[in-house]
Design a protein around this ligand. Structure first.
Ligand code: PEP
Ligand code: MG
Length: 587
C-alpha cells in the first residue's frame, strides 16, 4: 500500500537571520529543569549552599569561556557571550541570589528562581524590544547555572554529526555558538524575537534562522524535510516539489545577492548623479563597533547609552562611562561617533530605584527631562563624553528636546561640565558638534529657533511617529496605524529638512524609517545628509542609494507631498522606483 502524501504546511515566525536553507529537521531535546523544590537551611548549611551556588556559577562561566575560545573569529568579535559572562557576575542576578539564600535560608535553586522571575517581570514590562529581549538572556544564563546545580546535562549540539536544521524551544547564544557550521544549516526556535542575542549570533555566523515560531517543536517532527527562509520568517514543513524548486532558486538568488552587497559595502553611498550621503550605524553596546566597521558604516550616527545604566542598582561612574565611550571613539576614529545622552524612562527603564510611578511614562520624566532634573547624573555623563572626545571625533546628541529652553539648559550644563574638567586638569575636547533629536512634534514646529542653538538635527522617527500620530510604538493593537509614510510624518520631515538647509545645519535621520529601502527615495529627495540604522542594513541601503538619482528623488518628493494617505505615497513610490529597488534588494 502506498503511503498517503504528506501535506505541505507553512509556518510564519520572525526572520532573525537572513538566508535560505533546505534540510532535515533535528529536534533538540532540551531537558529543562522544570520542578524546583524549596527547602530551608540553617547555620553552616547556608554557607555551604552559597558555596554550592558559587560552584555552579563558576562551572557556567568555565563553559562560556571554553565556548568563546573555540568559536569562530567573527563570533568572538561580536562579544555576545561576554554579555552572558557579565550577567553571571551581575549584582542583580548573582548578588541577589546569594542575598536571598542568606536572608531567607532557602536552597540555591529556589533563590535563583525567585530572582529570575523578578528580573523577568522588570524586563517584560519594557516596551523597547531590545531591552525586553534581554529577559531571554537572563533566562538562558540562569538555565545554565540551574543545570549545574541540579546536575542535568544539556544536549551537546557540537556533537551532532548530520547535516540538519535545528528545531528547539530556545537556543541560548552559548548553544548557538557551539554550532558546527559544517553540519548545522540553520535553526528555528519557538521563542525569541528580532533583537534576541540568539538571532544576533546567527547573523554573525551567517546562517538562516527563524525565531518566535511558538509551536515549532510540536508542529515539526524529527527528520521531516523543511525549508527555512530567514529573510521572511517563513518555514515550510514537508514542502511540495513546486516549493522545493522555487526555494532552491531563491537560495541561489540570495547567495548571489549576499556576495554582491558584501563586496560593495565599503564603497561610498553616492547617487548616480554624484551626490554622497553618509550611511551610519545605530549601536547600543560598545562591542557593536566591530559590526559597524565590517558592514562599511561611515561612523556611528546614534550610540544609545542606556545599556550601561541597566542591570544594576547604582549609576555607572564617570570612569566607567569614559572607558566605554573612549573605546568606541578610538576604534571608529577618524569616523564620527554620535553619543546620545541618557534616554531613560518612557520605554527604557534603568536601575529600579529610578523608576517613577507614572501613568503615562512616554509623556513623563523621560530623556532630557529626566537629565535636567538630575544634574548630577547628567554631569557625570557629560564629563565622560567630553573626555572621550579628546580621542577621536565625537558629536553629542540630546534626546527628546521639546522646547527651546531645554536645549539652552542642556548646553549650559555641557559648558559647566567642560569648565569643571578644565579645573580638574583632565584632557577633554569641548569643540564638538552639538545636535538634538527631532522626535516630538513641538520640536518640528519650533525647529527654526532650535536650529540657532545646534550644529545638526537627527530625526528620530520611532518616536516622532508615536507622538505625532498618537500611536504607542510598542502597542500591537495599533501597529498597523504606525506608518512612516503617513502624510503628517513626511510633511514634518520635509519641514525640518527645509529649516536645516535654510539655517545651514546638518540634517540626519536615525529612526528605523531610514533602514527600509522603499523609504530611501523620499529621504534622499528631501536632501537628508546622513542616515543611521542597524549595522546589518548598511550594505543594502548603500546599494539602494547608489541606484538612485537625486533629481528623480526630488521630483518624487514634490508629488508624494500631494498624497493624502500613506498608501498613496507607497503606491507612488512603487510606481516610480519599484523596479529599481527590486533589482538592487532581496525581499
Ligand atoms: C527614535 O525615536 O527614532 C530613535 C532613534 O530613538 P529611540 O528608538 O532610541 O527612542
Ligand atoms: Mg526616540
Amino acid at each position: 500500500m502506498s503511503q498517503p502524501a504528506v501535506k505541505e504546511t507553512t509556518l510564519k515566525g520572525i526572520g532573525a537571520s537572513p538566508g535560505i536553507c533546505i534540510g532535515k529537521a533535528y529536534l533538540v531535546d532540551k531537558e529543562g529543569v522544570d520542578v524546583i523544590k524549596k527547602y530551608y537551611l540553617k547555620g553552616e548549611n547556608i554557607q555551604r549552599e552559597i558555596n554550592r551556588f558559587n560552584n555552579a556559577v563558576k562551572k557556567a562561566k568555565d563553559e562560556i569561556h571554553t565556548i568563546i575560545e573555540n568559536s569562530p573569529e567573527e563570533l568572538q568579535q561580536a562579544h555576545i557571550l561576554e554579555t552572558h559572562l557579565a550577567l553571571l557576575n551581575d549584582k542583580m542576578l548573582y548578588g541577589k541570589t546569594i542575598e536571598i539564600i542568606k536572608k531567607e535560608g532557602v536552597n540555591a535553586e529556589w533563590a535563583l528562581k525567585k530572582v529570575v522571575s523578578y528580573l523577568n517581570s522588570i524586563f517584560q514590562n519594557m516596551i523597547d524590544s531590545y531591552l525586553k529581549e534581554r529577559a531571554l538572556d537572563v533566562v538562558q544564563v540562569s538555565d545554565s547555572i540551574m543545570r549545574n546545580l541540579v546536575g542535568v546535562e544539556s544536549e551537546n549540539i557540537a556533537a551532532i554529526d548530520k547535516r540538519v536544521i535545528l528545531v528547539s524551544d530556545d537556543l541560548s547564544p552559548a548553544d548557538t555558538s557551539r554550532i558546527n557550521l559544517a553540519r548545522i544549516m540553520g535553526f528555528i526556535t519557538n521563542r525569541g524575537g528580532k533583537t534576541s542575542h540568539t538571532g544576533i549570533v546567527a547573523q554573525a555566523l551567517e546562517i538562516p534562522a527563524v525565531v518566535g515560531l511558538a509551536h515549532a517543536t510540536t508542529a515539526i517532527k524529527n527528520d521531516e524535510l523543511i525549508i527555512v527562509d530567514g529573510s521572511t520568517g517563513i518555514v515550510i514543513v514537508n514542502p511540495s516539489e513546486k516549493s522545493l524548486v522555487e526555494y532552491e532558486e531563491r537560495k541561489i538568488q540570495y547567495e548571489d545577492y549576499k556576495v554582491g552587497i558584501t563586496r560593495e559595502s565599503h564603497l561610498k553611498a553616492e547617487t548616480t548623479d554624484g551626490v554622497q550621503l553618509e550611511v551610519m550605524a545605530n549601536i547600543e553596546l560598545p562591542e557593536e563597533v566591530f559590526a559597524v566597521k565590517d558592514y562599511g558604516g561611515d561612523g556611528v550616527g546614534l550610540y544609545r547609552t542606556e545599556f550601561q545604566y541597566m542591570n544594576r542598582a547604582e549609576f555607572p561612574s564617570e570612569e566607567e562611562l569614559f572607558d566605554k565611550y573612549r573605546n568606541v571613539v578610538e576604534i571608529m576614529a577618524p569616523k564620527p561617533v554620535t553619543i546620545r545622552t541618557l534616554d531613560i524612562n518612557g520605554d527604557k527603564a534603568i536601575a529600579n530605584h529610578t523608576r517613577y510611578d507614572e501613568i503615562n511614562p512616554a509623556l513623563g520624566l523621560r530623556a532630557i527631562r529626566y537629565c535636567l532634573k538630575k544634574p548630577d547624573v547628567f554631569r557625570t555623563q557629560l564629563r565622560a563624553i567630553l573626555r572621550a572626545a579628546a580621542f577621536g571625533q565625537v558629536r553629542i546628541l540630546f534626546p527628546m528636546i521639546s522646547a527651546y529652553f531645554e536645549i539652552c539648559k542642556a548646553k549650559k550644563l555641557l559648558d559647566q561640565a567642560a569648565d569643571s574638567l578644565e579645573k580638574d586638569g583632565l584632557p577633554y575636547n569641548r569643540e564638538i558638534d552639538i545636535g538634538i533629536m527631532i522626535e516630538v512634534p513641538s520640536a518640528v514646529i519650533v525647529a527654526e529657533f532650535l536650529a540657532e542653538k545646534v550644529d545638526f538635527f537627527s530625526i528620530g522617527t520611532n518616536d516622532l511617529i508615536q507622538y505625532t500620530l498618537a500611536i504607542d510604538r510598542g502597542n500591537r493593537n495599533v501597529a498597523d496605524l504606525y506608518q512612516p509614510l503617513d502624510p503628517a510624518i513626511i510633511r514634518m520631515i520635509k519641514q525640518v529638512a527645509d529649516v536645516s538647509k535654510d539655517k545651514g545645519i546638518g540634517i540626519f535621520m536615525c529612526g528605523e524609517m531610514a533602514a527600509t529601502p522603499h523609504h530611501i527615495p523620499l529621504l534622499l529627495g528631501m536632501d537628508l545628509d546622513e542616515l543611521s540604522m542597524n549595522p546589518q542594513s548598511i550594505p543594502q541601503i548603500k546599494r539602494v542609494i547608489r541606484s538612485l538619482d537625486l533629481s528623480d528623488a526630488r521630483s518624487f518628493v514634490r508629488e508624494a507631498l500631494k498624497k493624502k494617505t500613506a498608501r498613496g505615497v507607497f503606491e507612488l513610490s512603487k510606481d516610480a522606483f519599484g523596479d529599481t529597488l527590486a533589482e538592487v534588494t532581496f525581499s
